[in-house]
Design a binder for this molecule. Structure first.
Ligand code: ADP
Length: 214
C-alpha cells in the first residue's frame, strides 16, 4: 500500500542558546502531514510557530528529533507576514523574481505565471505596481510569486496578519481555495483562531497550541 504521507515531524525539540540564557522554543512536537492537506497550527506569539516552519524548511536544525520527507520533491515555497513585494517592479516582474533567481524564466514558465495571474483575478494588473493594489491583492500576488517556482509544499507564516480584519477573512478564504485548486500541501501558522477557522473550510487538520486550551 502506498503511503499518502508527505512528511513526518517526529519528536522535535528546539532550544536557542545565547550567552545569557537558553530558550526552549519547541518540546517533543510530533505531527504528520499528508499530501494535499492544509494544516493550520494555531498558538500565541512566542510559542514556537516560526521555529517549526524554519525547521521544516531546513533553515534551522532541531536540537532533538527529526523531520522525514516522504515526498521526493522537497521544493518548498515560504510565504511571510509581509508580502515583501518590490515597489519598483511591476506585478508581473515581482511574480517572476523567484524564477529569475533560479534562472528559469522561459516561455513555459512565463505562460504558467500569466495563467496563474489570470485565474486568480490579477490579469488586469500585470503592469501595475504594488502600491496600486489593495492589501489582499498584494497577498495574492505574493502567493502567486511563491507558486511560480512550482513548490510541492507551501509554508505560510501568519500570511494575513498585515491585513485588516474583514480583508483577512476574505483573503484566508481566497488563499485556501488557491492552494486547494493548485493541489499543494501547505502548513500555515497563525496566532489568530478566526483566520484558522476561515482557512479551515478546506483543511483536514488543525493543531492548536496547548496554551490556547489552558
Ligand atoms: P512564534 O513564531 O510563535 O511567535 P518563535 O518561533 O518566533 O515564536 O519563537 C519561539 C521562542 O523562541 C520565543 O520565546 C522567541 O523569543 C525565541 N526565539 C526565536 N528565535 C530565537 C533566536 N534566534 N534566538 C533566541 N531565541 C529565539
Amino acid at each position: 500500500m502506498t503511503s499518502n504521507k508527505f512528511l513526518e515531524v517526529k519528536n522535535i525539540s528546539k532550544t536557542y542558546y545565547t550567552l545569557e540564557e537558553e530558550t526552549k522554543a519547541l518540546e517533543n512536537l510530533s505531527f504528520d502531514v499528508n499530501t494535499g492537506e492544509i494544516i493550520v497550527i494555531v498558538g500565541p506569539s512566542g510559542c514556537g510557530k516560526s521555529t517549526i516552519l524554519s525547521c521544516i524548511a531546513g533553515l534551522l536544525s532541531p536540537t532533538e528529533g527529526e523531520i522525514i520527507f516522504h515526498n521526493k520533491n522537497k521544493n518548498t515555497g515560504y510565504m511571510f507576514q509581509s508580502d515583501h513585494l518590490f515597489n519598483w517592479r511591476t506585478i508581473m516582474d515581482n511574480v517572476l523574481i523567484g524564477l529569475e533567481v533560479q534562472n528559469k524564466v522561459n516561455e513555459r514558465s512565463i505562460a504558467r505565471v500569466n495563467k496563474l495571474l489570470d485565474t486568480y483575478g490579477l490579469g488586469d494588473f500585470k503592469k501595475h505596481y504594488p502600491s496600486q493594489l489593495s492589501g489582499g491583492m498584494r497577498q495574492r500576488v505574493a502567493l502567486i510569486r511563491t507558486l511560480a517556482i512550482e513548490p510541492e509544499l507551501l509554508l505560510l507564516d501568519e500570511p494575513f496578519s498585515a491585513l485588516d480584519y474583514q480583508s483577512r477573512l476574505k483573503v484566508s478564504d481566497d488563499i485556501a481555495k488557491i492552494i486547494r485548486q493548485e493541489k499543494k500541501t501547505a502548513i500555515m501558522v497563525t496566532h489568530d483562531i478566526s483566520e484558522a477557522i476561515y482557512t479551515k473550510c478546506y483543511l483536514c487538520k488543525c493543531v492548536i497550541s496547548k496554551d490556547y486550551l489552558n
